[in-house]
Design a protein around this ligand. Structure first.
Ligand code: SF4
Length: 331
């Protein structure tokens, strides 16, 4: 069967603007999108540029947009794309500048990964390190040896260590679309993975404190795209939610996001209702309230005036019970 590949092309050295070029490819059983692109490059157009390496969904190099979704080209079957879309449309990943054709500049992504300090901090002298540390005969210091289940326990999340840094989640992230400086799902999932590792000696919680700064864990918009499109089945959004819980438990509550959550929990715990004025004041302070004035005025004109004092809801006992069960009373 023959099928059509429509690929984004852009060479900044010779092209004024991007364009699409179409190719007809003869398929073979089990052909992947990467196979198709390599066939085009070998037989039809040697100038088509894209990254690839392992061809086994391990290195993450061949991530690109395929029919609008960020995927690994080596893991994507031509037949299933043709069945759904009738052709293959390839584009570079989103949220990163294009270097050439399907190749993006990864610097911004890896700079964000570096910011969360993706390595064990401090001296490796804590109890957990020694518990898993196996010395070979005659050795004074050896690398730790782990069984898979032990490693998963160490990192607090079964999936996060499987990240291949392919950038699919970053390309699909709505938080990055809204704020180019937002650290993004892969970096924050990695932050969680290291913050849970008991071998780590980040005694002052510096990773979590840094991650709580603007553009960090509280800037996730919970669009869930990272979980939906990760080719390795990782859920960065779940890791980010766990980081929220961890920050509050460790009293790292200087950020607006943490203040917002605490105020909402308090308001519901006290009355069963959301005191919007109080939540806005607790979150943004006087400056935040002043900023919100035009919106409040507009809402008031439409008859949405918040009550001065909130009445308790009639099932308040249920809320109190739920808070007790969740151990939220003191938060
Ligand atoms: Fe790729 Fe998943 Fe890692 Fe994001 S979390 S970089 S999608 S492997």
């Amino acid at each position: 069967m023959e099928f059509k590949v429509r690929s984004y092309r852009f060479n900044p050295e010779i092209d004024d603007k991007p364009y699409y070029k179409e190719y007809i490819v003869q398929d073979f059983p089990g052909m992947t999108v990467l196979n198709a692109l390599m066939k085009i490059k070998a037989e039809t157009d040697g100038t088509l540029s894209f990254r690839r390496s392992c061809r086994s969904a391990i290195c993450g190099s061949c991530a690109m947009k395929i029919n609008g979704i960020s995927k690994l080209a080596c893991k994507t079957q031509v037949s299933s794309e043709i069945e759904k879309f009738g052709m293959i449309k390839s584009n570079p990943l989103f949220n990163m500048p294009v270097v050439r054709d399907l190749i993006v500049d990864q610097e911004i992504f890896f700079d964000k990964i570096k910011k969360i300090k993706p390595y064990l901090l401090g001296q490796r002298d804590n109890e957990e390190y020694h518990r898993f540390h196996v010395l070979r005969e005659g050795e004074k210091i050896a690398q730790p040896v782990y069984h898979k289940s032990e490693f998963q326990n160490l990192t607090g999340n079964d999936d996060a260590p499987n990240c291949i840094l392919c950038e699919c989640c970053y390309s699909e992230c709505g938080g990055v679309v809204g704020n180019k400086n937002y650290l993004g799902p892969a970096a924050l999932a990695k932050l969680y993975r290291y913050s849970e590792d008991p071998r780590d000696n980040d005694k002052n919680g510096s990773r979590l404190v840094n991650g709580s700064q603007p553009e960090g864990i509280w800037d996730c918009i919970h669009c869930q795209a990272c979980e939906e499109f990760c080719p390795k089945g990782i859920s960065p959004v779940k890791a980010i939610t766990k980081l929220h819980e961890k920050a509050i438990k460790n009293s790292i509550t200087f950020s607006k996001g943490a203040k917002h959550i605490i105020s909402i929990a308090k308001s519901i715990g006290e009355t069963g209702r959301l005191d919007e004025v109080k939540v806005a004041a607790d979150t943004g302070g006087i400056a935040g309230l002043i900023n919100d004035l035009p919106m409040a005025f507009g809402a008031g004109l439409k008859g949405k005036i918040p009550p001065i004092r909130l009445k308790l809801i009639k099932d308040m006992d249920d809320i109190r019970l739920a808070y007790k069960e969740l151990d939220l009373e003191e938060k």
